[in-house]
Design a protein around this ligand. Structure first.
Ligand SMILES: Cc1cc2nc3c(=O)[nH]c(=O)nc-3n(C[C@H](O)[C@H](O)[C@H](O)COP(=O)(O)O)c2cc1C
Length: 350
């Protein structure tokens, strides 16, 4: 169990959309942590080259994180989701609302692409073929056949979950380990059910409740920015903490310039959880865009994601943070522009 054998007790979170680079994964691993490549949004060939780069750069084991598309989610999703024509109409209405913002950066909102499965099958084939040591999943549970195939190729599997019910469902499905994600974390909440409101339970309470239920390795994520907090979470029963925001300013991360500047900008007063950027709950710095659109976006991932991608890209190209999704956990003020190895050392178990 690789995630249980980590002396440091520190995992580098997968951060899709640019921040995670092969260099970052290698640096976290070489420092005694465990790095995850972010497979989300990449094509299978893009992920294949990232995997090759990590194998070349480091002899340490690492993981790959994949988004489970709605079509492959074996979790029993509860009622309340928008479907069919209602869903398409809500997405189209939100697209209209984004037009004025898009024009400020010379862009148009994207097209919805409701059937996008994030190249799921080809990425699964790839991680099996490459015998990636650990594969973690977010946004859903893969079915037993997928988990069985990974097990046969010697891969350990991890499911991202956000409450005790989801943890139990993941264990029943047959995953080897859990990534418990608390409400302070940056980026998307990995709820298995895309519609339900994520739990507000403190990370320590979440770890305690799940640890009482199972002996499998637990990695705990969300708002961990100091050794004191990391120790508290590990003492509660986590084998390791998974940190994302703390790595965003490291030189090895691919975080863009406007995003880096925003993380150090005293004008931002807090973070908030919103569906405004992707249609799924996610935590980021509270921008004016977030405040204006927060209540408007339908629970429609990945359609809303595809609507906002051109706005975010144009904003990044113009080096303006206004329309960027500035994903950040509540501990963002502690993030520093220091090497990833320093972050791992600062959060490591002593
Ligand atoms: C920019 C960013 C991108 C993220 N992308 C992913 C992802 O692709 N897959 C995933 O499982 N988690 C993703 N997360 C969530 C992390 O896995 C982790 O739960 C979170 O970063 C922990 O909270 P922290 O940011 O406060 O450390 C992302 C987080 C951030 C900040």
């Amino acid at each position: 169990m690789l995630l249980r054998e980590l002396d440091t007790g520190v995992v580098g979170a997968p951060m899709a959309g640019g921040p995670t680079t092969p260099e970052l994964v290698a640096a976290v691993g070489d420092a005694g942590g465990f790095g995850f490549l972010a497979g989300g949004y990449l094509t299978a060939p893009g992920l294949a080259s990232a995997i090759a780069e990590v194998w070349d750069a480091s002899s340490r084991p690492f993981g790959v994180n994949l988004f489970v598309p709605a079509q492959a989610n074996a979790y029993a999703v509860g009622p309340g989701g928008l479907t069919g024509d209602d869903r398409a109409a809500a997405v189209a209405a939100y697209r209209e609302r984004l037009l004025p913002d898009a024009r400020t950066v010379g862009a148009e909102p994207g097209q919805a692409r409701p059937g996008d499965d994030d190249d799921w099958e080809r990425k699964l084939d790839l991680v099996v073929r490459e015998k990636v040591p650990v594969v973690s999943f977010t946004f859903g549970l893969p079915d037993a056949a997928v988990l069985g195939e990974l097990r046969r190729s010697g891969t350990e599997t991890v499911a991202t979950v956000t409450d005790l019910d989801e943890a139990r469902a993941a264990l029943e499905a047959g995953v080897d380990a859990l990534c418990l994600q608390g409400h302070d974390g940056g980026g998307h909440r990995g709820t298995l059910d895309p519609v339900k409101e994520p739990s507000n339970l403190d990370l320590v309470e979440l770890v305690v409740s799940v640890r009482a239920d199972t002996d499998v390795p637990i990695v705990a994520a969300g708002g961990v920015a100091t050794r004191e907090r990391a120790d508290e979470v590990r003492r509660a029963g986590a084998d390791a903490v998974q940190v994302g925001t703390a790595l965003l300013l490291t030189p090895e991360a691919g975080t863009g310039l406007a995003y880096r500047r925003a993380l150090g900008d005293a004008a931002y007063s807090g973070t908030a959880v919103t569906r405004a950027y992707s249609g799924r709950w996610a935590r980021g710095l509270e921008t004016d865009f977030l405040r204006r659109h927060d209540g408007e976006a339908p629970a429609a991932y990945p359609e809303v994601h595809h609507l906002t991608v051109p706005l975010r890209r144009a904003s990044a190209r113009a080096e303006r943070p206004d329309l960027l999704a500035l994903w950040a956990g509540t501990g963002w003020r502690a993030a520093r522009a220091v090497p990833a190895a320093t972050v791992v050392a600062q959060l490591a178990r002593r």
